[in-house]
Each structure stands twice: as structure tokens, then as C-alpha cells.
Design a protein around this ligand. Structure first.
Ligand code: ZN
Length: 260
């Protein structure tokens, strides 16, 4: 009575913790993306740089043709932004609006009105930074609200200082090092539900925990849930003649109240 996708969520996020093979595969592929961003690789990285990147940063490279490995990298590379943090460097490979280089948040989220009318959403910091200010092209003149947002951006976003190459770190682990497990959990895109923790820690048989888990999700095979899925019977409790839900069976039914 629970969707397979939900069953495959981690236990602390509302699922049963069954590994999702596709999500795990993406997490493992993102390790390659991480290594490319860090410049951490041998001959294979030289090959990628020479054949595909040709001086462009990976996240700004839109070349979609090539080997199966390259196409897989291109398909999932943007998920690296779930945990990517970029520190001050020479900004050569940093995208002004898309990369999370300002306090770990992309500018497209902090300044959505400006992002909606910008000329080149994927522009690099190094191409629009000048000595005195940001030189950003917009598709039309700015309105009053956009002018205000632009002023805030100019005050808030520091001009780059050339100090060396860009430095990337992983915001989802304490040491800043990429890990497949933290990526796997981030790819769930579902927040942690702290109130579920006592259930899974309780000293109860697993089948009882799963029963309570179904109750909490309102997915017990009660009359109303069976009928929703076009199952047999009606949704009426034979004792009380009211709709039979999970909470009714366990708490408000006359039979249940007699037990409690
Ligand atoms: Zn009843």
C-alpha cells in the first residue's frame, strides 16, 4: 500500500531503507564528477580534458556527444550542486549564477528576478567581473524591483580577488570531502523526519515496526485504502458502519475502544 519509491527512502526520511539502485548509481557517478572538478585524476582525466572539456569548466560544458561514460557524466553532473561549495580562487571555472560560490547558495536562488532576465545564465565569473564592478548583460532594461535587487547584489557579492585556482569542497560532510553515502541521502531530496527516529530505535520486532510505519503513513490495508485501489468490498466498518480507516480500526472503532 506504499509506493516503491517511498519504500526505497532511508528509514529516517519515511521509507524502509531499501537501497535504490538508480540513486546509488548516480551517487557513484558523481564521484567521477567530483574528481574532475578537483582535477584529481591521471591519464583518464587528461583524456577527458583534451577530448571533451578543451579548457572549459565541466559544469559549463554542454557538449552532449561522446563516449557512454561522458554522456553519463553530462546527464548527472548538475546533481553535484546538492553539496558543492566553491571557495575564492581565480574564478575561471565558476559560473556566476549557477554555482554555489556565495555562502553555499547559487545567485539564481538569491536573486531570481535578475536571473529570469539575464542574457547568459551560464556566464562565468571571470567573464563578467571587471576591476570596478560586475558587468552583467540583461535582455531588457531593469524595472524598479529589479534595480533594487541589482543594487543589493552589488553590495552583497564581492568582486573576485585573484588568489589561485578555484577550490571546491563538499558541504554535506564535516571534513568537506566527497562521500557517496552523503550524496545518496541528498539525492533523496526528502528532509529527515526526526519523529520517526523513536520508532526504528524501539525494542520491538521488525514486523511490528513496519505495521506502525504503515499506520503512520496511513497506508494500512483498511477498507478505505483497499477501495481507493479498486479492491474488493466496501470501505465501511461492519461494526460501526462508518468509513474504515487505519486509525478507526486501532483507536475509534467500538471493538478497539473496548480493548484500550
Ligand atoms: Zn468500527
Amino acid at each position: 500500500m506504499v509506493k516503491w519509491a517511498d519504500i526505497c527512502l532511508p528509514k529516517d526520511r519515511g521509507g524502509l531503507g531499501i537501497p535504490a539502485s538508480r540513486r546509488m548509481n548516480v551517487a557513484l557517478m558523481l564521484r567521477w564528477v567530483w574528481q574532475i572538478l578537483q582535477g584529481d585524476g591521471g591519464l583518464w582525466l587528461q583524456l577527458i580534458k583534451a577530448k571533451y572539456l578543451q579548457g572549459r569548466p565541466l559544469l559549463a560544458c554542454s557538449l552532449a556527444t561522446g563516449s557512454q561514460f561522458w554522456k553519463s557524466i553530462q546527464a548527472i553532473k548538475n546533481d553535484i550542486r546538492l553539496g558543492l561549495q566553491i571557495s575564492v580562487g581565480n574564478w575561471v571555472g565558476t559560473q556566476f549564477r549557477l554555482d554555489p560560490w556565495l555562502d553555499g547558495e547559487p545567485l539564481r536562488l538569491r536573486f531570481p528576478m535578475l536571473f529570469a532576465i539575464c542574457g547568459d545564465p551560464a556566464a562565468l565569473v571571470s567573464t563578467i567581473a571587471r576591476e570596478d564592478r560586475w558587468h552583467v548583460a540583461f535582455r531588457r532594461p531593469l524595472g524598479p524591483a529589479e534595480v533594487h535587487e541589482w543594487e543589493v547584489l552589488q553590495q552583497l557579492v564581492p568582486l573576485p580577488v585573484l588568489t589561485g585556482r578555484d577550490f571546491v569542497s563538499w558541504g554535506l560532510s564535516p571534513l568537506g570531502e566527497f562521500s557517496v553515502s552523503s550524496t545518496y541521502f541528498a539525492l533523496c531530496r526528502v528532509p529527515v523526519l526526526p519523529w520517526l527516529s523513536p520508532l526504528w530505535k524501539a525494542p520491538l520486532p521488525l514486523k511490528i515496526k513496519i505495521f506502525v510505519w504503515q499506520l503512520l503513513r496511513d497506508c494500512l490495508p483498511s477498507g478505505t485504502e483497499v477501495l481507493k485501489r479498486h479492491g474488493p468490498g466496501n470501505d465501511i466498518c461492519p461494526l460501526c458502519h462508518v468509513p474504515e480507516t487505519g486509525t478507526h480500526i486501532l483507536f475509534s472503532c467500538v471493538a478497539a475502544q473496548a480493548l484500550w
